[in-house]
Design a protein around this ligand. Structure first.
Ligand SMILES: Cc1ncc(COP(=O)(O)O)c(C=O)c1O
Length: 306
């Protein structure tokens, strides 16, 4: 349970978390008709910094547009709201969850023209996979395929899309694994994790599924590709066969929540020697320096909250 002392931004106002209430029949609760974002703020020397705020808010607005949700605020207004809510909570680091939803309690799937609300919450959040962030996690290739754009818009972070992730995560956990890897519904190539993009290391270079593999184009994925390029590590964006997961030297997940998490075992088969690999560790170290503002070259990715 979240602390009742938290403050959230709801439709333009910062209010105590316990006062941010919606009716139990809220449309987005019944039908999964909201869209959301996930952003992290990290502790830096001069106070908290929000990582790639503009890119996240751009995607948030794009998710709304794709799902026909009325855009009541500009990108600038929403970015300011995020900064205000981080400030109001006085947290040195946090996870930020903007959510746009249909705030009506009528029955019926039709949402067109119904009132839209937006909240932005900022909550404390440590490593998504706990010790797995350093030690690596064990994954199962899911029997559930990743949705494709014939079914739902994969490039939008629509709440309902995540039922697909929930099913895969449940199956993986129930089979004794920590997380699932989904293959694309279209062609059966590797797509991504339940809320993470995936990278493989083959011959000292990175390989990652391309846009056509039904993935969400992650902000962390993009950051890792830029960092790898600067480190002189090659990157190949392409379709990835399932068996490459077993033969790769290293595998890791990227995501705002997961950050960079090594995958050390897939379907009971060790990845490499079964320990986080050297290239994964090198990129993770650089990423950590970047998000904490210790690497001045990437300061344009950070928004300072003063
Ligand atoms: C399905 C899915 N794929 C990938 C990602 C990683 O995206 P990002 O790095 O922008 O957090 C996320 C998380 O937002 C996700 O939900």
């Amino acid at each position: 349970m979240q602390s009742p002392k938290l403050k959230v931004w709801l439709d333009g106002k910062i209010i105590p978390y316990p006062k941010a209430r919606v009716p139990i029949l809220t449309h987005s609760l019944q039908y999964g008709s909201g869209v959301f974002e996930g952003i992290r703020a990290y502790e830096a020397e001069d106070g908290p910094v929000i990582f790639r705020l503009q890119d996240h808010m751009k995607r948030f607005l794009s998710s709304m547009k794709i799902y026909f949700i009325e855009q009541k605020y500009s990108q600038k207004q929403l970015e300011k709201a995020v900064i205000d809510v981080v400030k109001a909570n006085k947290l040195s680091s946090c996870y930020i969850r903007p959510f746009a939803f249909y705030n009506t309690d009528e029955i019926g799937v039709g949402a067109y023209g119904k009132p839209v609300s937006i909240f932005i919450a900022a909550i404390p959040l440590g490593a998504y996979y706990g010790k797995g962030k350093d030690q690596g996690i064990r994954c199962k290739v899911s029997s559930w395929r990743r949705i494709n754009s014939d079914i739902l818009p994969v490039e939008a972070k629509g709440s309902g899309n995540y039922l697909n992730s929930i099913m895969a995560n449940y199956e993986a956990k129930d089979s004794g694994f920590e997380e699932a890897i989904l293959l694309s519904a279209s062609e059966g190539y590797v797509a991504e994790g339940t809320a993470e993009n995936i990278f493989l290391v083959e011959k000292n270079a990175l390989v990652t599924p391309d846009k056509g593999s039904d993935i969400l184009l992650g902000v962390t994925r993009d950051s890792v590709m830029e960092i790898a390029d600067d480190l002189g590590i090659g990157i190949d964006e392409r379709q990835v066969h399932k068996e490459e997961l077993y033969s790769a030297d290293e595998v890791f997940f990227t995501g705002t929540a997961a950050e960079i998490t090594p995958v050390v075992n897939i379907d009971g088969i060790k990845v490499g020697n079964g320990k986080p690999g050297a290239i994964t560790k090198k990129i993770a170290k650089k990423f950590d320096d970047v998000v904490h503002g210790r690497d001045h070259e990437y300061r344009n990715w950070l928004t300072y909250v003063k």
